[in-house]
Design a protein around this ligand. Structure first.
Ligand SMILES: [Zn+2]
Length: 214
């Protein structure tokens, strides 16, 4: 592999998604993109690195755990969601969002600097959601072109993806508000709730940015 991924973390989310997804698009699934990201990291590190995905009941908050030789992406199985297409859309967008964080931090994986998702800025969250949108959209377009495919899964209209993405972020805000409200009722002081309030503000900023610029 040449050095085409060397500066991928400096590109726009759209350019990065195009670069990483653009391998034999018609026959390529999201799983292939994950393998390609593993390749890109392994190439930059000069040592093998694995990206493992886990969709499981009981995971209430999706996110990534970075280890020295692998990254675990944990995804909420959304058991309560009865609309299977909506569930697919949400899980794929959330997975692609976590992949966006990996791309953004790819240089830190070179010598394994600690990557803590609590430190993600609003700007990085914005990047990761845009990356998720473009990657899912590119994959959807690829599936549309693949007339040999037996099923029509994972083909979406762009407006539908944007709406789903916004609903995921809105749910994050509602979840934070619920926690804040619960803690307030338990008598937790305003100063002790500062981190949660900051997190709420950050997520609202991301929502505004996505609504205005995607
Ligand atoms: Zn994120």
């Amino acid at each position: 592999m040449d050095n085409k991924y060397e500066d991928i973390h400096l590109k726009s989310p759209q350019e990065a998604a195009l670069l990483i997804a653009n391998i034999d698009l018609k026959n390529s699934y999201l799983a292939h993109t994950i393998r390609e990201i593993e390749e890109a990291i392994s190439h930059i590190r000069k040592q093998h690195y694995r990206v493992v995905t886990r969709v499981r009941e009981g995971i209430t908050k999706s996110g990534s755990v970075f280890k020295e030789r692998c990254c675990h992406i944990l995804l909420d199985s959304l058991r309560e969601c009865v609309d299977e297409d909506m569930k697919d859309r949400k899980i794929r967008l959330t997975l692609a969002h976590e992949l966006g964080h990996i791309i953004r931090n790819i240089n830190k994986l070179k010598n394994f600097e600690d990557i803590d998702e609590k430190t993600y800025t609003a700007e990085e969250e914005d990047y990761a959601w845009k990356f998720a949108y473009y990657l899912t959209d590119i994959k959807s377009e690829g599936h549309k072109d693949n007339i040999q495919r037996r099923c029509k899964n994972f083909i979406y209209e762009s407006g539908q993806l944007k709406q789903e993405l916004i609903s995921i972020i809105e749910k994050q805000i509602r979840d934070i508000c619920e926690i804040i409200e619960k803690k307030r009722k338990e008598g937790v002081s305003a100063s002790a709730l500062k981190d949660l309030c900051d997190q709420k503000q950050k997520t609202e900023d991301v929502l505004n940015s996505i609504q205005n610029s995607l």
